[in-house]
Design a protein. Structure first.
Length: 296
């Protein structure tokens, strides 16, 4: 089964262009299933696998305490793997054909309100070392709803200051254009003209945001920077980079933006992923109703 998994991962990389992280996660899920199949039932090839083997394996993982969301990822990996093998003629029947995805409880994303977002941004001391960079990064996370990896990979040639547009390469190497707000553009202009030139070194690439050593900033470092400024702002909320993305979407929706436009800006392939923000906004409306209506 290892050779079949290798062929499938090559397909994900070359033909589907899926991210390295997705490839690694899928390989791990399939390799663990292959090892279990060999150890438990002495099965060495995909054509030997039946739905009974798969359901037994998933039950084992559930008994071991694996969360429903993690089991769902395994089911998805197995489904696309066996579908691939069926198309290639490696197997005659897809054993996952009748396998359904586990239902998982959907949690509403945490968000900052608009005043909290303002408080976080205004608390950043731009006169401190690398303060202009930190302000520009956090402004961009909130202004454009970027994922932390998209911020780390943002490049100079992809930013159009006149049009206030940033070209972003997101999940699955999908490219999208995101608008950059006026405040974020001003913060970026200050960093790019004053601070970034001082960070340049022989190892510097074309990434917008650089570390103190002049190299591409890491996602771990961005996380640390956001946490540092959140602490200094005095806000009690648990603030992290993805919270700013959630806040970006929620504030757009709350101020009347169309859900399809928000989907495009976030880079969601499925509108159902974006629809979670309608529930967040409904929660806010209910809270306002309870607070202000005399018969609530």
């Amino acid at each position: 089964m290892e050779e079949e998994i290798d062929a499938f991962i090559r397909y994900l990389a070359v033909e589907r262009g899926l991210s390295e992280n997705y490839q690694l996660s899928t390989r791990r899920s399939l390799a663990e299933f292959a090892e279990w199949s060999r150890r438990r039932h002495d099965l060495k090839s995909a054509h030997e696998i039946t739905i009974d083997h798969i359901t037994e394996y998933l039950a084992d993982r559930k008994r071991a305490g694996l969360a429903a969301s993690s089991i769902k990822l395994i089911v998805v990996a197995l489904k696309i793997f066996f579908r691939f093998l069926l198309r290639k003629g490696v197997i005659r029947r897809d054993p996952t054909e009748t396998l359904s995805l586990p239902r998982i409880e959907r949690y509403l994303p945490e968000t900052l309100n608009e005043l909290q977002a303002e408080q976080l941004l205004e608390a950043i001391d731009t006169k401190a070392p690398l303060g202009l960079r930190d302000r520009a990064m956090i402004e961009l996370l909130y202004a454009s709803g970027l994922r932390i990896s998209e911020l780390a990979n943002a490049r100079l040639e992809h930013f159009n200051a006149e049009e206030r547009i940033l070209r972003v390469v997101g999940k699955g190497n999908k490219t999208r254009l995101v608008p950059v707000g006026r405040k974020a553009c001003e913060a970026l202009a200050g960093y790019l003209s004053t601070e970034r030139p001082k960070l340049l070194s022989r190892r510097t690439g074309n990434e917008i945001f650089l570390s103190a050593r002049g190299t591409k900033i890491t996602t771990v470092r961005i996380w640390q920077i956001v946490k540092k400024h959140a602490k200094r702002s005095g806000l009690e909320a648990n603030i992290y980079p993805h919270l700013l993305r959630h806040s970006f979407a929620t504030h757009l929706l709350g101020n009347g933006a169309d859900l399809r436009i928000i989907q495009e800006m976030l880079g969601h392939s499925d509108i159902s992923t974006t629809q979670v923000y309608t529930h967040v906004d409904q929660q806010r409306l209910k809270a306002v109703h309870r607070k202000f209506h005399p018969r609530a």
